[in-house]
Design a protein around this ligand. Sequence first.
Ligand SMILES: Cc1cc2nc3c(=O)[nH]c(=O)nc-3n(C[C@H](O)[C@H](O)[C@H](O)COP(=O)(O)OP(=O)(O)OC[C@H]3O[C@@H](n4cnc5c(N)ncnc54)[C@H](O)[C@@H]3O)c2cc1C
Length: 419
Amino acid sequence: MKSADVVIVGGGPSGSFASISLGSILKNSNLILLEQREKSGSPPHCSGLIGISGLTNLRLVKSLENKTDINRINAAEFVSPLGNSLIVNRKKKELFVVDRPKLDYLLAKQAQKLGTSFFYRHKVKNISHLTNKQGYIVSGLIENSNSFKIQTKIIISAEGHHPKLPQQIGLSIPSGNWFFPALQYEMSNIDDIEQSTVEIYMGQKYAPGFFAWLIPINDAQARIGLAIHPLLANNTRAQLNYLIHKHPILSPKLKRAKVLNSWGGFVPASGPINKTFSDGFLVVGDAAGQTKATTGGGFNIGSYCGYLAGKTAAKAITQNKTSSSIMQEYQKAWRAYFEPDLTLMKLIRRTLSFTSDPVLEQLFKIAGETNLEENLQKVSNIDLHGKEILKYSLKPITIKKSLKISPYLLKSFLRGIFD
Ligand SMILES: Cc1cc2nc3c(=O)[nH]c(=O)nc-3n(C[C@H](O)[C@H](O)[C@H](O)COP(=O)(O)OP(=O)(O)OC[C@H]3O[C@@H](n4cnc5c(N)ncnc54)[C@H](O)[C@@H]3O)c2cc1C
């Protein structure tokens, strides 16, 4: 049986960043990453809109950035159910549109260069504690037939949406209802789009429980997609086609458009789980709900949490102590970085997902009258906007203007919390 110091399960960005930080610290250790797909990044699932400040935190090598940067964005236009617009203009171009498959692939290459052995087509099925509790046996299937077993001191679960391993050792996982089925088309020949402006279409009629997006690649090509809450709708493709053909603002832009390709996945909007560690075990990225539940963006946050998990695991290996007491340092570290924003963004998402179109229309009106745009411009790190939105919501003018709709918002919030 093979053995390792650390086994990372999942070769997405969170797993690769965990490997990169482990490999940078531990020079002579045995690090193994197991990935069920044929290569990292393919098939794609992400829209590739990523905040530049988050990438800077990750100290992403400039050459990687240059190889995957397709377009830059400085404004977002939010469109209400009735077609009213709210435009947030940031002074700088703070978002990249990236080639995500290529970025994931290059990150995996970097992790391999730093010492992690990647085993593709390896699907992990089970983990079990060694009898002395000083490690685990990880077992699974290679290309769905041959089995494998690896003994390891530490496991990092970077499995993405719907993880299977944390429950096997008694940790909870994000609720499946808050991974939203999503579909996206890349389209050419689009009219009337601004290359540096992302368009967000809100409303239960066109994107039940979440929103639809148009992310420009250039002035005639864009990624157009949506995600839906599984309790509110069930046919993502039909919903996307309805949006494309019937939306009063979006569909005229797409009259001549051609679909170049399509991809889908599950947008992570659950908010973080309570406990992300156990003896010799850490959970990172989408598997731990470490994303912006407001938008479903998870690349930067999951990657940074992967980096922090790698640091804790490296310390545990160096000190030869893998008990919960050392593994919990990871949880303290990511919380210090990302909380309370992640939880606040979760509460906003829980409310918005069940807000009816008339109430949403009122929210757009109030936002226009109370300068939400100005408040959003103050957010220093675009990935972490939970605190700024809370501050804005608690302003006397916002409270006064929202009094009439507050019972409806409370009802949506309660449904979001209990569903
Ligand atoms: C439609 C869509 C659009 C998105 N748009 C954006 C965006 O614009 N910006 C942004 O920041 N985020 C976006 N996201 C979210 C983002 O893609 C995720 O947050 C990010 O990929 C999380 O990285 P991860 O490494 O945690 O998980 P993943 O990237 O999902 O990687 C997990 C990996 O684990 C592997 N795996 C799972 N189980 C096993 C197993 N048992 N054995 C072996 N391997 C396993 C999987 O094959 C996968 O490769 C989007 C998501 C979707 C679905």
